[in-house]
Write a protein that binds this ligand. Structure first.
Ligand code: AHR
Length: 488
């Protein structure tokens, strides 16, 4: 049978929060240093130290929100080390990631400069594990207060008069692990204590984010929702996709078999189970949906590229990653009533990066192109879909989601089969499809872009469709992601 994607344009769901298309940038490997930030004196073209090529690329996919400074790094980060004159900034060893010296040349002002250039919201993840309540409270004050206090005067002295009014505020990262190895009962109390002193300044209301579970730790969600839901706006979820179930042998990012490809997609599908499970617990404690879920670390995690620092988590990116991205983004869209943000790990040169750099060169990965294909969903209204399709290796061959904005219907669909094209019928009710256009990303499962061949995998316009009585009919090539735009 062919695949059928059925939707009713008069049946609208929640607004898809643009922040679902968010990113994560940690002081890890070459994500910040070399990837996003090269410093004002670099020969690499930059504006105030931010690499121009990378900023322009990220603007093109409309990065809506950027999470920083970690990750595990966040719970060893002391913000005051990263403000003030560069020459007096404290040097530390990044014990989490490669044991390299962190000179703090990229700090609060630089991060907010980057967000300003990208036109995105900052999401700052503060230190609970090795920090203090006072330190966190003063960071919020430094960022957001206009008052004539010593802390604010320090901001003025460092060259910034106006408050930044940062909204998204994370209280600890992975507090069940690298952020302090806490039990959920203890963390829930710590969250309440730290959160109490994170003040709202002026009209800015902090969006308070509590550290949620690791993967399927249902008990963490249960305890956190029971004890802290009233105090927070969202809780987080972290889940990484590995080809294997073995963290010591994850497998290569680029050299893999079809069996490993499908194993990776099976593992990424677990995200569906995780969302359903955690959202059910959240529904029990918060039926009014006041608390959102933020998947602020997701993506693939492979063995590092041969010859690179194991602590830098540098991996290449193929069409397999594109399929993982499409599956997860379609899933997040479909849960837009509760999933209010997601942040792929990590923006540049780390894990499932959208951009890779080498000196002054930059490569856009297949995952980057998926974010490009999906960007029309940002702030659009979800149109729930049902997908009837064949199974391949026990997985649904086609996954999809749809949204409506300004009278334009966008459907994103992926054919995960490694070697089998599939006829797909888009059956749309209550919409007069007058004009259709399709953009597509497709290639061999191992296809990738490299510094030598930067355009091997790219989006192209696709004309292999027709509008019939059945609906919009197209044949999706094997291993393909498509954006189908339908105008009435
Ligand atoms: O993204 C890499 C690391 O994965 C993060 O620092 C941590 O939060 C997670 O375990």
């Amino acid at each position: 049978m062919s695949a059928k994607i059925k939707l009713d344009a008069a049946n609208l769901g929640a607004v898809i929060n643009r922040n679902i298309y968010g990113h994560f940038s940690e002081h890890l490997g070459r994500c910040i240093y070399g990837g996003l930030f090269v410093g004002k004196d670099s020969p690499i073209p930059n504006v105030n130290g931010m690499r121009t090529d990378v900023v322009e690329a990220l603007k093109h996919i409309k990065v809506p929100v950027l999470r920083w400074p970690g990750g595990c790094f966040a719970d060893e980060y002391h913000w005051e080390d990263g403000v003030g004159p560069q020459e007096s900034r404290k040097r530390m060893v990044n014990t989490n990631w490669g044991g390299v010296v962190e000179d703090n040349s990229f700090g609060t002002h630089e991060f907010l400069e980057l967000c300003g250039q990208l036109g995105c919201e900052p999401y700052i993840n503060a230190n609970v594990g090795s920090g203090t309540v006072r330190e966190m409270a003063e960071w919020v004050e430094y960022l957001n207060s206009e008052g004539d206090s010593t802390v604010v005067k320090k901001r003025w002295a460092n060259g910034r008069k106006d408050p930044w009014n940062v909204k998204y505020w994370g209280v600890g990262n992975e507090s069940w692990g690298c952020g302090g190895n806490m039990r959920p009962e203890y963390y829930a109390d710590e969250f309440r204590r730290y959160n109490t002193y994170c003040r709202n300044y002026g009209a800015n209301r902090l969006f308070r984010i509590a550290c949620g579970p690791n993967a399927d730790d249902w008990n963490w969600t249960e305890v956190l929702m029971k004890n802290a839901a009233y105090h927070c706006d969202a809780i987080t979820l972290h889940y990484y996709t590995l080809p294997t179930n073995d963290w010591s042998h994850k497998g290569s990012a680029t050299e893999f078999t079809a069996a490993e490809y499908y194993a990776t997609l099976k593992h990424t599908r677990k995200m569906e189970t995780l969302l359903d499970g955690h959202l059910a617990i959240m529904d029990k404690h918060d039926p009014a949906h006041k608390v959102g879920l933020i998947v602020d670390e997701w993506g693939t995690w492979y063995d590092v590229e041969p010859g690179t620092n194991p602590g830098f988590l540098y991996q290449q990116n193929t069409m397999r990653d594109a399929m993982v991205a499409a599956f997860n983004l379609n899933l997040f869209n479909s849960h837009a009533d509760r999933v209010v943000m997601a942040n792929i790990a990590q923006t540049v040169n780390v894990l499932q990066a959208v951009v890779l750099t080498d000196g002054d060169q930059m490569v856009l990965t297949p995952t980057y192109h998926v974010f490009d294909l999906f960007k029309a969903h940002q702030d659009a209204q979800l149109v729930p879909v049902t997908v009837a399709c064949n199974q391949v290796e026990t997985l649904p061959q086609v996954n999809a989601s749809a949204s409506l904005k300004d009278g334009v219907l966008t459907v994103t669909a992926a054919n995960i089969a490694a070697d089998k094209a599939e006829k797909v019928v888009l059956d749309i009710e209550n919409f007069d499809a007058k004009q259709v256009s399709v953009r597509i990303l497709t290639g061999d499962i191992c296809a990738k872009n490299t510094f030598e061949d930067q355009h091997a995998v790219e989006i192209r316009d696709f004309t292999g469709f027709e509008v019939t009585d059945e609906g919009v009919v197209l044949t999706l090539p094997a291993c393909a992601v498509a954006e189908i735009t339908v105008r009435g």
